[in-house]
Design a protein around this ligand. Structure first.
Ligand code: MTE
Length: 330
Protein backbone atom coordinates (compact mmCIF):
# COMPACT_ATOMS: atom_id res chain seq x y z
CA UNK A 1 0.00 0.00 0.00
CA UNK A 2 1.06 3.53 -0.34
CA UNK A 3 3.46 4.92 2.16
CA UNK A 4 2.16 8.07 3.66
CA UNK A 5 4.58 9.59 6.09
CA UNK A 6 3.16 11.55 9.01
CA UNK A 7 1.79 14.36 6.87
CA UNK A 8 0.95 14.54 3.23
CA UNK A 9 0.99 11.52 0.96
CA UNK A 10 4.11 9.82 -0.07
CA UNK A 11 3.12 6.81 -2.07
CA UNK A 12 5.68 4.51 -3.63
CA UNK A 13 6.19 4.73 -7.33
CA UNK A 14 6.22 1.38 -9.06
CA UNK A 15 9.98 1.81 -9.37
CA UNK A 16 10.18 1.65 -5.58
CA UNK A 17 9.08 -1.94 -5.72
CA UNK A 18 12.52 -2.75 -7.11
CA UNK A 19 14.22 -3.16 -3.71
CA UNK A 20 12.08 -6.24 -3.26
CA UNK A 21 13.53 -7.74 -6.44
CA UNK A 22 17.03 -6.90 -5.30
CA UNK A 23 16.34 -8.43 -1.93
CA UNK A 24 14.92 -11.53 -3.64
CA UNK A 25 18.03 -11.88 -5.74
CA UNK A 26 20.24 -11.63 -2.72
CA UNK A 27 18.13 -14.19 -0.91
CA UNK A 28 18.25 -16.51 -3.93
CA UNK A 29 21.99 -16.15 -3.93
CA UNK A 30 22.30 -16.89 -0.21
CA UNK A 31 20.10 -19.94 -0.59
CA UNK A 32 22.18 -21.06 -3.51
CA UNK A 33 25.33 -20.74 -1.46
CA UNK A 34 23.78 -22.50 1.53
CA UNK A 35 22.60 -25.35 -0.65
CA UNK A 36 26.10 -26.05 -1.87
CA UNK A 37 26.66 -23.50 -4.59
CA UNK A 38 27.62 -25.08 -7.88
CA UNK A 39 26.20 -28.45 -6.89
CA UNK A 40 22.80 -26.88 -6.60
CA UNK A 41 23.14 -24.75 -9.70
CA UNK A 42 20.86 -26.98 -11.72
CA UNK A 43 18.13 -26.75 -9.15
CA UNK A 44 18.61 -22.99 -8.98
CA UNK A 45 18.18 -22.76 -12.74
CA UNK A 46 15.00 -24.74 -12.43
CA UNK A 47 13.68 -21.84 -10.39
CA UNK A 48 13.68 -20.37 -6.98
CA UNK A 49 10.96 -22.88 -6.04
CA UNK A 50 13.68 -25.43 -5.42
CA UNK A 51 14.47 -23.56 -2.23
CA UNK A 52 11.24 -21.87 -1.31
CA UNK A 53 9.33 -23.29 1.57
CA UNK A 54 5.99 -24.43 0.16
CA UNK A 55 4.47 -25.81 3.35
CA UNK A 56 3.95 -24.20 6.77
CA UNK A 57 6.51 -25.02 9.46
CA UNK A 58 3.67 -26.61 11.45
CA UNK A 59 3.98 -24.34 14.48
CA UNK A 60 0.35 -23.15 14.40
CA UNK A 61 -2.73 -25.25 15.22
CA UNK A 62 -4.13 -27.12 12.22
CA UNK A 63 -7.31 -25.86 10.58
CA UNK A 64 -8.23 -28.18 7.75
CA UNK A 65 -10.89 -27.42 5.18
CA UNK A 66 -12.64 -29.47 2.51
CA UNK A 67 -11.82 -28.43 -1.06
CA UNK A 68 -14.39 -25.82 -1.99
CA UNK A 69 -16.94 -26.41 -4.73
CA UNK A 70 -17.80 -22.71 -5.08
CA UNK A 71 -17.22 -21.74 -8.76
CA UNK A 72 -13.83 -20.06 -9.14
CA UNK A 73 -12.69 -20.88 -5.59
CA UNK A 74 -9.68 -23.00 -6.55
CA UNK A 75 -7.23 -21.44 -8.99
CA UNK A 76 -4.75 -23.69 -10.77
CA UNK A 77 -1.96 -21.13 -10.18
CA UNK A 78 0.86 -22.42 -8.01
CA UNK A 79 0.51 -21.29 -4.37
CA UNK A 80 3.04 -18.74 -3.15
CA UNK A 81 5.57 -20.15 -0.67
CA UNK A 82 4.36 -20.01 2.93
CA UNK A 83 7.37 -18.00 3.99
CA UNK A 84 6.44 -15.25 1.50
CA UNK A 85 2.73 -15.38 2.38
CA UNK A 86 3.62 -14.92 6.06
CA UNK A 87 6.72 -12.76 5.68
CA UNK A 88 5.81 -10.08 3.13
CA UNK A 89 2.70 -8.35 4.45
CA UNK A 90 0.69 -5.18 4.60
CA UNK A 91 -0.79 -4.68 8.05
CA UNK A 92 -0.23 -1.03 8.86
CA UNK A 93 -1.37 -1.42 12.46
CA UNK A 94 2.03 -3.10 12.94
CA UNK A 95 4.12 -0.80 10.77
CA UNK A 96 4.46 0.10 7.11
CA UNK A 97 7.44 -2.03 6.10
CA UNK A 98 6.71 -5.43 4.60
CA UNK A 99 8.60 -7.22 7.38
CA UNK A 100 6.97 -5.23 10.22
CA UNK A 101 3.79 -7.33 10.59
CA UNK A 102 5.66 -10.63 10.99
CA UNK A 103 7.93 -8.94 13.53
CA UNK A 104 5.40 -6.97 15.57
CA UNK A 105 2.10 -8.86 15.30
CA UNK A 106 3.18 -11.82 17.40
CA UNK A 107 2.08 -10.06 20.61
CA UNK A 108 -1.48 -9.65 19.30
CA UNK A 109 -3.92 -11.45 21.58
CA UNK A 110 -6.35 -13.35 19.34
CA UNK A 111 -8.23 -15.11 22.14
CA UNK A 112 -10.66 -14.34 23.59
CA UNK A 113 -11.96 -12.57 20.46
CA UNK A 114 -15.43 -11.35 19.66
CA UNK A 115 -17.04 -9.82 16.61
CA UNK A 116 -19.93 -7.40 17.07
CA UNK A 117 -22.57 -7.66 14.35
CA UNK A 118 -24.92 -4.69 14.31
CA UNK A 119 -26.95 -2.24 12.28
CA UNK A 120 -29.66 -3.18 9.82
CA UNK A 121 -30.14 -6.80 10.90
CA UNK A 122 -32.95 -8.60 12.72
CA UNK A 123 -30.51 -10.66 14.80
CA UNK A 124 -27.62 -8.45 15.91
CA UNK A 125 -25.20 -9.83 18.47
CA UNK A 126 -21.71 -10.43 19.69
CA UNK A 127 -20.18 -13.56 18.24
CA UNK A 128 -17.43 -15.38 20.03
CA UNK A 129 -14.59 -16.70 17.88
CA UNK A 130 -15.41 -20.30 18.85
CA UNK A 131 -18.99 -19.84 17.69
CA UNK A 132 -17.78 -18.34 14.41
CA UNK A 133 -15.38 -21.26 13.87
CA UNK A 134 -18.33 -23.64 14.13
CA UNK A 135 -20.84 -21.57 12.18
CA UNK A 136 -20.28 -23.31 8.83
CA UNK A 137 -18.02 -26.06 7.43
CA UNK A 138 -14.46 -24.93 6.70
CA UNK A 139 -13.40 -24.93 3.06
CA UNK A 140 -10.00 -24.63 1.42
CA UNK A 141 -9.94 -22.06 -1.37
CA UNK A 142 -6.90 -21.01 -3.36
CA UNK A 143 -7.28 -17.39 -4.47
CA UNK A 144 -5.08 -14.96 -6.29
CA UNK A 145 -4.51 -11.81 -4.21
CA UNK A 146 -3.57 -8.69 -6.20
CA UNK A 147 -2.24 -5.79 -4.16
CA UNK A 148 -2.82 -2.27 -5.46
CA UNK A 149 0.96 -1.77 -5.25
CA UNK A 150 1.50 -4.11 -8.22
CA UNK A 151 2.41 -7.46 -6.69
CA UNK A 152 0.35 -10.59 -6.32
CA UNK A 153 0.34 -13.91 -4.48
CA UNK A 154 -1.65 -17.14 -4.57
CA UNK A 155 -2.88 -18.19 -1.15
CA UNK A 156 -4.68 -21.35 -0.01
CA UNK A 157 -7.12 -19.90 2.53
CA UNK A 158 -9.35 -21.78 4.96
CA UNK A 159 -12.77 -20.37 5.81
CA UNK A 160 -16.34 -20.12 4.57
CA UNK A 161 -18.45 -17.70 2.57
CA UNK A 162 -19.28 -14.49 4.40
CA UNK A 163 -22.84 -15.15 3.14
CA UNK A 164 -23.14 -17.93 5.75
CA UNK A 165 -22.84 -15.41 8.56
CA UNK A 166 -24.95 -12.78 6.79
CA UNK A 167 -27.88 -15.17 6.35
CA UNK A 168 -27.88 -16.01 10.04
CA UNK A 169 -28.17 -12.39 11.19
CA UNK A 170 -31.06 -11.67 8.79
CA UNK A 171 -30.39 -8.28 7.20
CA UNK A 172 -33.37 -5.93 6.91
CA UNK A 173 -34.45 -4.36 3.62
CA UNK A 174 -32.42 -1.26 4.57
CA UNK A 175 -29.12 -3.12 4.56
CA UNK A 176 -27.49 -1.99 1.32
CA UNK A 177 -23.82 -2.12 2.37
CA UNK A 178 -21.64 -3.91 4.91
CA UNK A 179 -18.91 -2.16 6.86
CA UNK A 180 -15.94 -3.96 8.41
CA UNK A 181 -14.08 -2.41 11.34
CA UNK A 182 -10.85 -4.03 12.36
CA UNK A 183 -9.18 -4.00 15.77
CA UNK A 184 -7.44 -0.76 16.72
CA UNK A 185 -5.71 -1.26 20.07
CA UNK A 186 -2.75 1.05 20.63
CA UNK A 187 -1.48 -1.20 23.43
CA UNK A 188 -1.00 -4.08 21.00
CA UNK A 189 -0.48 -2.28 17.72
CA UNK A 190 2.57 -0.02 17.52
CA UNK A 191 1.60 1.16 14.02
CA UNK A 192 -1.36 3.12 15.43
CA UNK A 193 1.11 5.73 16.64
CA UNK A 194 1.52 6.72 13.02
CA UNK A 195 -1.24 8.73 11.44
CA UNK A 196 -0.82 6.94 8.15
CA UNK A 197 -4.57 6.18 8.35
CA UNK A 198 -7.46 7.35 10.46
CA UNK A 199 -7.87 4.25 12.66
CA UNK A 200 -9.61 1.88 12.86
CA UNK A 201 -9.08 0.40 9.42
CA UNK A 202 -12.55 0.43 7.86
CA UNK A 203 -13.57 -1.34 4.67
CA UNK A 204 -16.89 -1.95 2.99
CA UNK A 205 -18.77 -3.92 0.37
CA UNK A 206 -22.08 -3.56 -1.39
CA UNK A 207 -24.56 -6.14 -0.12
CA UNK A 208 -24.51 -8.23 -3.32
CA UNK A 209 -20.69 -8.26 -3.25
CA UNK A 210 -20.76 -9.39 0.38
CA UNK A 211 -23.20 -12.19 -0.53
CA UNK A 212 -21.19 -13.38 -3.56
CA UNK A 213 -20.02 -16.89 -2.52
CA UNK A 214 -16.36 -16.13 -3.33
CA UNK A 215 -16.31 -13.46 -0.59
CA UNK A 216 -14.55 -15.35 2.15
CA UNK A 217 -14.38 -15.08 5.91
CA UNK A 218 -10.96 -16.62 6.41
CA UNK A 219 -9.67 -18.17 9.63
CA UNK A 220 -6.66 -20.00 8.25
CA UNK A 221 -4.22 -20.56 5.43
CA UNK A 222 -2.14 -23.51 4.31
CA UNK A 223 -4.27 -25.78 6.53
CA UNK A 224 -3.41 -23.95 9.76
CA UNK A 225 -4.92 -21.04 11.70
CA UNK A 226 -4.00 -17.64 10.29
CA UNK A 227 -0.58 -16.30 11.21
CA UNK A 228 -1.16 -13.08 13.15
CA UNK A 229 0.48 -10.99 10.45
CA UNK A 230 -2.10 -12.29 7.96
CA UNK A 231 -5.05 -11.03 10.01
CA UNK A 232 -5.72 -13.55 12.79
CA UNK A 233 -8.07 -14.62 14.10
CA UNK A 234 -10.38 -13.77 11.18
CA UNK A 235 -10.27 -11.60 8.10
CA UNK A 236 -12.08 -10.93 4.88
CA UNK A 237 -10.80 -12.05 1.47
CA UNK A 238 -12.39 -10.55 -1.65
CA UNK A 239 -10.35 -12.01 -4.51
CA UNK A 240 -11.54 -9.80 -7.38
CA UNK A 241 -10.70 -6.55 -5.55
CA UNK A 242 -7.36 -5.00 -4.67
CA UNK A 243 -5.91 -6.54 -1.52
CA UNK A 244 -6.69 -3.58 0.73
CA UNK A 245 -10.41 -4.47 0.62
CA UNK A 246 -9.55 -7.70 2.46
CA UNK A 247 -9.68 -6.34 6.01
CA UNK A 248 -7.65 -8.14 8.67
CA UNK A 249 -8.46 -8.92 12.31
CA UNK A 250 -12.13 -7.94 12.09
CA UNK A 251 -13.81 -6.77 15.29
CA UNK A 252 -17.11 -5.32 14.06
CA UNK A 253 -19.44 -5.88 11.11
CA UNK A 254 -22.10 -3.26 10.54
CA UNK A 255 -24.97 -3.36 8.04
CA UNK A 256 -25.83 0.09 6.74
CA UNK A 257 -28.00 1.89 4.22
CA UNK A 258 -25.42 4.38 2.88
CA UNK A 259 -22.16 3.63 1.11
CA UNK A 260 -19.42 3.56 3.77
CA UNK A 261 -16.38 5.82 3.62
CA UNK A 262 -13.45 3.47 3.94
CA UNK A 263 -10.14 4.29 5.63
CA UNK A 264 -8.36 4.50 2.28
CA UNK A 265 -11.05 6.70 0.72
CA UNK A 266 -10.67 9.08 3.66
CA UNK A 267 -6.92 9.10 3.34
CA UNK A 268 -6.65 9.64 -0.43
CA UNK A 269 -10.06 9.93 -2.14
CA UNK A 270 -8.59 10.60 -5.61
CA UNK A 271 -6.58 7.41 -5.42
CA UNK A 272 -8.82 4.87 -3.71
CA UNK A 273 -12.47 4.47 -4.58
CA UNK A 274 -15.13 2.42 -2.87
CA UNK A 275 -15.21 -0.41 -5.42
CA UNK A 276 -11.48 -1.00 -5.98
CA UNK A 277 -12.10 -3.85 -8.40
CA UNK A 278 -8.93 -5.13 -10.01
CA UNK A 279 -8.96 -3.53 -13.46
CA UNK A 280 -5.90 -3.45 -15.73
CA UNK A 281 -7.51 -0.66 -17.76
CA UNK A 282 -7.97 1.78 -14.91
CA UNK A 283 -4.60 2.99 -13.67
CA UNK A 284 -3.85 4.19 -10.20
CA UNK A 285 -3.34 7.96 -10.64
CA UNK A 286 0.40 7.47 -10.21
CA UNK A 287 1.13 4.06 -11.71
CA UNK A 288 -0.18 1.55 -14.21
CA UNK A 289 -2.22 -1.43 -13.08
CA UNK A 290 -1.73 -3.36 -16.34
CA UNK A 291 0.84 -5.83 -15.04
CA UNK A 292 1.87 -7.41 -11.77
CA UNK A 293 4.85 -9.07 -10.18
CA UNK A 294 3.99 -12.48 -8.75
CA UNK A 295 5.85 -12.85 -5.47
CA UNK A 296 8.26 -15.74 -5.81
CA UNK A 297 8.73 -15.16 -9.52
CA UNK A 298 10.75 -11.99 -9.10
CA UNK A 299 14.18 -13.47 -8.70
CA UNK A 300 16.94 -13.63 -11.26
CA UNK A 301 14.54 -14.40 -14.10
CA UNK A 302 12.03 -11.69 -13.39
CA UNK A 303 9.02 -11.60 -15.62
CA UNK A 304 5.81 -9.66 -15.18
CA UNK A 305 2.32 -11.03 -15.57
CA UNK A 306 -0.57 -9.32 -17.24
CA UNK A 307 -3.17 -8.31 -14.69
CA UNK A 308 -6.58 -9.82 -15.47
CA UNK A 309 -9.93 -8.04 -15.34
CA UNK A 310 -11.47 -8.60 -11.91
CA UNK A 311 -8.23 -10.45 -11.11
CA UNK A 312 -9.41 -13.36 -13.29
CA UNK A 313 -12.79 -13.71 -11.58
CA UNK A 314 -14.82 -11.95 -14.26
CA UNK A 315 -16.95 -15.03 -15.05
CA UNK A 316 -18.09 -15.14 -11.44
CA UNK A 317 -18.49 -11.45 -10.60
CA UNK A 318 -18.71 -9.46 -13.85
CA UNK A 319 -22.51 -9.41 -13.75
CA UNK A 320 -22.46 -7.54 -10.41
CA UNK A 321 -21.20 -4.48 -12.33
CA UNK A 322 -23.22 -4.76 -15.55
CA UNK A 323 -23.89 -1.30 -16.99
CA UNK A 324 -21.60 0.48 -14.50
CA UNK A 325 -18.90 2.88 -15.69
CA UNK A 326 -15.89 1.25 -14.03
CA UNK A 327 -13.73 4.33 -14.55
CA UNK A 328 -16.13 6.43 -12.57
CA UNK A 329 -16.83 3.76 -9.96
CA UNK A 330 -13.18 2.79 -9.42
N1 MTE B 1 -6.19 -4.97 7.05
C1 MTE B 1 -5.82 -4.17 8.07
N2 MTE B 1 -6.54 -4.19 9.21
N3 MTE B 1 -4.75 -3.34 7.97
C2 MTE B 1 -4.00 -3.27 6.82
O1 MTE B 1 -3.03 -2.49 6.77
N4 MTE B 1 -3.68 -4.08 4.52
C3 MTE B 1 -4.42 -4.57 3.33
C4 MTE B 1 -5.18 -5.86 3.58
N5 MTE B 1 -5.86 -5.80 4.87
C5 MTE B 1 -4.37 -4.10 5.72
C6 MTE B 1 -5.48 -4.97 5.88
C7 MTE B 1 -3.57 -4.71 2.15
S1 MTE B 1 -2.99 -3.28 1.42
C8 MTE B 1 -3.30 -5.95 1.59
S2 MTE B 1 -2.47 -6.07 0.09
C9 MTE B 1 -3.68 -7.19 2.28
O2 MTE B 1 -4.27 -6.95 3.54
C10 MTE B 1 -2.45 -8.06 2.47
O3 MTE B 1 -2.79 -9.30 3.02
P1 MTE B 1 -1.64 -10.37 3.33
O4 MTE B 1 -0.59 -9.68 4.15
O5 MTE B 1 -2.30 -11.49 4.08
O6 MTE B 1 -1.10 -10.82 2.00
Amino acid sequence: MSKRKERGFEHPLSSEITPRAVYEQRRDWLRWMAAGGAGAALAAWAGREAFAQAAPPGKLPPLPGARSTVPGAVTMDKPTAYEDVSGYNNFYEFGTDKEDPARHAQALKTRPWTVVVEGEVRKPGTFDLDALLKLAPMEERTYRLRCVEGWSMVIPWVGYSLAELIRRVEPTGNAKYVEFHTLADPKQMPGLRSRVLDWPYVEGLRMDEAMQPLTLLAFGLYGEVLPKQNGAPLRLVVPWKYGFKSAKSIARIRFVEKQPTTAWMKSAPQEYGFYSNVNPEVDHPRWSQATERRIGEDGLFARKRRTLMFNGYEAQVGSLYAGMDLRRFF
